[in-house]
Design a protein around this ligand. Structure first.
Ligand code: GTP
Ligand code: NA
Ligand code: MG
Length: 344
């Protein structure tokens, strides 16, 4: 079995924002899962990764997206923690991103980690949109499960719509205070010079069709050339977590952001006492739409290509470190690859 065999690189979408503004709930809605409910203290503590196939995006976006118009395999969503103590994880998530979603609670507005996330996006020059979340908490709002936002607005009172607009213009103002020109996404022509704001509810799903449409458009328009780079080369990734897995011993969950890994490969992984050189014993792929952070039923695959989340079982991984680089050696000199890992 070969996971992701389209030949095009899957874009990586990082989801960033202040604690409890709804990042995990948003991904739960897209996945049809309940990861958020299982989190201790409702706080995300690790970086997550979820591959969402193009078909699923097409179904959720409804009439707004025709999958035939896109030749990307889907999107790889990276969930990040918003709690202030996890700033390293936010930077790591941001560094992996091709594009990003900045989630802002529309009632709460900009908060310290919203600003921190903006700094990361600025530093990494990552194109992004703002998801103005929790529109269902606007007083008088009548929830419209899963509808595009314009259609939902047709069902809202003038009063509720005015209240939402007030909040949205505050967000646009706060973007401007931070040096970003922003506007409602439907008024944006060029998403690089003007940041699109997408009103939505991760709880009711209204506005999510719009968000997925904008993300697909962003990927297609701005990333296609990068995405069609040869993904058959030796894989490169970052360790998310080092975990014991029943029957496999110590494994690493990684985000593979470039190239391929096969079950026959030798890899070099950054470790506490220097680079670890080891042979892949098993490649364990989460099911489609599964969050790698919580997945229990991995499928053994022969090979995977970027971008994806994958669990790697191999000997000698006990000293591997979260955040460390992973490189596939393939036909290169192993000493060169060790030097590359040491340099990172
Ligand atoms: P961290 O990962 O800890 O930073 O939080 P998060 O941004 O992932 O937020 P999370 O998904 O944990 O949601 C926080 C709380 O807000 C939960 O109680 C959610 O149910 C609630 N919530 C998220 N999105 C919405 C929304 O659109 N509407 C409403 N009413 N509640 C929401
Ligand atoms: Na939370
Ligand atoms: Mg979360």
């Amino acid at each position: 079995t070969v996971a992701n065999a389209t030949g095009l690189r899957t874009p990586i979408v990082a989801v960033l924002g202040h604690v409890d503004h709804g990042k995990t709930t948003l991904l739960d809605k897209v996945r049809g899962s309940a990861v958020q409910e299982g989190e201790a203290g409702a706080i995300t503590q690790h970086i997550g990764a979820t591959a969402v196939p193009l078909d699923t995006i097409g179904e959720m976006a409804g009439e707004l997206v025709d999958p035939d118009d896109f030749d990307l395999p889907g999107l790889l969503f990276i969930d990040t923690p918003g709690h202030h103590s996890f700033s390293t994880l936010r930077s790591r998530g941001g560094a992996l991103a091709d594009i990003a979603i900045l989630v802002v609670d529309v009632n709460d507005g900009f908060q310290p980690q919203t600003l921190e996330a903006l700094d990361i996006l600025k530093r990494t020059q990552t194109p992004f949109v703002v998801a103005a979340n929790k529109v269902d908490t606007i007083p008088g709002w009548k929830p419209q499960e899963g509808l595009p936002i314009q259609q939902s607005l047709d069902h809202q009172s003038d009063r509720a719509e005015d209240r939402l607009n007030e909040k949205l213009y505050e967000v646009i103002g706060q973007m401007s205070d931070n040096g970003f020109s922003a506007d409602m996404y439907w008024r944006v022509q060029d998403f690089r010079s003007n940041i699109g704001v997408v009103p939505l509810s991760a709880m009711t799903g209204e506005g999510i069709p719009d968000l997925l449409t904008v993300m697909m458009g962003l990927s297609q328009r701005y990333l296609k050339e990068d995405m069609s780079i040869d993904v058959t080369g030796p894989g490169a990734g970052t360790v998310l977590e080092v975990k014991d897995e029943q029957g496999f011993g110590t494994t690493i969950d990684i985000v593979l952001y470039d190239g391929t890994v096969t079950g026959e490969d030798t890899i070099v992984v950054g470790g506490k006492n220097g680079p670890i050189v080891t042979d892949v014993r098993a490649l364990l792929h989460p099911r489609p739409l599964a969050e790698i952070r919580t997945e229990k039923h991995f499928e053994k695959v022969d090979s995977v290509s970027a971008a994806t989340g994958i669990k790697i079982a191999a000997p000698d991984l006990d000293d591997a470190m979260a955040g460390a680089p992973v490189r596939v050696v393939r036909d290169r000199d192993v000493d060169d690859v060790i030097a590359e890992v040491e340099a990172e």
